[in-house]
Design a protein around this ligand. Structure first.
Ligand code: NZQ
Ligand code: ZN
Length: 392
């Protein structure tokens, strides 16, 4: 097993009615003036924001509000939030929503604590030295941003989507009430389940040999998400299924499955260019490229994909031909995506990139040929374009 540092400081408050504790939690972490940050309206419509405001007021916390965060959160909204926070003297940011709102909060927090434009961090021009404290009330199990060190923002100038990771932005607390996810449209529930599974698989498909403990955890969480996703397609208000998926979403991306493991992230990196350019839902974009990424990498480590096929997808092992087993596992996962009405090809997202757009995405993803992505088989710019073409 490789050396590692495990640091996951977020206090998780999980279960029914937990959002009522939000004000107290902000006090506990030293907040006095709060930015209440949220998305396009779902939290207002469900009554959640009303309950959050009441909880802040009960604690005597002053707050200002900024809604309107879009999926694939935009840099312009981050700048708007920064201006507001600087003017109002905000010292704590509360994100009520999913990965987009939490990431927008993180970017505002970086800007507040470090000065200047937080986009610099996403472009690798400088490193953050801190972040204004952030708390999250999670309304969708998906991105895992409530416990991750990552922040993904889209700059509308050039439609460039870039992540930035540092422990400074990890949420001080995450309030997770599975009931808050009952109102999710089926499509968003499915996108969320795919994203959670991808966060696990990006770590699971590793070139490392010594990963027995992490493999067992990863395989169990993958099976758990699949089982409960199927329940949620028919019964969206099933509390236990919502709870299993919600906790899985955090465990998938809080770093516990990265311990001692070389990671992959090729599907994510390729998808970020897709959702940056075409504004598709992140989870759906992942489902659309995943099978092609796996088939492209398969020959470099067929036995790894065969292990996945057997332990996660329930395929019988063909010992004389692990590649056949591996391919059967990939096909089984694609059938599962179809059960969730998720795409398994890019055109099923409703977008048809031209050859020029494929080359643009590959160029952006390789940062102009300056990096490769992927663990089992590192992909260069030509490989990236080839995978996009395979996935069309
Ligand atoms: O904006 P509202 O009205 O709230 O609607 C949202 C949005 O349209 C809706 N929604 C959320 N909770 C709801 C709800 N609708 C009804 N009831 C509820 N309870 O769902 C839609 C999607 O929300 P969003 O926050 O975009 O979802 P998600 O959590 O999937 O976040 C996606 C973003 O996170 C990034 C993705 O790239 C994408 O930009 N990621 C962030 C990561 C991180 N920070 O660690 C890692 C991920 O790999 C990912 O890249
Ligand atoms: Zn993701």
């Amino acid at each position: 097993m490789k050396n590692f540092t495990y640091y996951t400081p977020t206090k998780v408050v999980f279960g029914k009615d937990t959002e009522a504790q939000t004000g107290k939690l902000i006090r506990e972490f030293g907040g006095t003036k709060v930015l209440l940050h949220y998305g396009g309206g779902s939290a207002e419509r469900s009554g959640l924001l009303g309950r959050i405001r009441a909880s802040l007021e009960e604690e005597g916390l002053a707050y200002v509000e900024l809604g309107g965060v879009k999926p694939n959160p935009r840099l312009s909204k981050v700048h708007e939030g920064l201006d507001l926070c600087r003017k109002e003297g905000v010292d704590f940011i509360l994100a009520v929503g999913g990965g987009s709102t939490i990431d927008s909060a993180k970017a505002i927090g970086y800007g507040l604590a470090n000065g200047g434009d937080p986009w610099d961090f996403h472009m690798g021009r400088r490193q953050a030295q801190g972040c204004t404290p952030i708390g999250a009330v999670l309304t969708i199990a998906a991105a895992g941003s409530e416990m991750s060190n990552s922040c993904v923002i889209t700059n509308e100038e050039g439609w460039i989507k870039r992540g930035y990771s540092s422990n400074y932005s990890r949420c001080r607390f995450a309030v997770m009430n599975p009931e808050l996810t009952y109102t999710l449209p089926k499509y968003q529930t499915a996108c969320g389940c795919v994203d959670i599974m991808m966060h696990i698989m990006e770590r699971y498909f590793t070139p490392d040999p010594d990963t027995m403990l992490t493999d067992g955890m990863a395989e169990s969480i993958l099976r758990t998400v699949m089982h409960n996703a199927r329940i949620l397609m028919k019964d969206p208000e099933n509390y236990n299924a919502r709870a299993q998926v919600m906790w899985a979403g955090s465990l998938a991306h809080n770093g516990v499955l990265s311990c001692g493991v070389q990671e992959d992230w090729a599907s994510h990196q390729l998808e970020h260019e897709l959702s940056g350019m075409f504004d598709v839902a992140h989870g759906a974009g992942l489902a659309a490229v995943w099978g092609s990424v796996c088939r492209y990498m398969l020959d470099c480590k067929p036995e790894r994909y065969a292990q996945f096929a057997v332990n996660v997808m329930g395929i019988n092992m063909n010992c004389s031909d692990p590649k056949e087993t591996a391919l059967a596992g990939i096909e089984a996962m694609e059938r599962f995506f179809k059960e969730l009405d998720m795409p398994i090809r890019i055109h099923e997202l409703g977008v048809e990139p031209t050859e020029e757009q494929i080359l643009e995405m590959a160029g952006k993803c390789s940062r102009g040929r300056s990096r490769k992505v992927g663990g089992i088989r590192p992909l260069d710019e030509e490989d990236m374009a080839a995978v996009y073409r395979m996935a069309l």
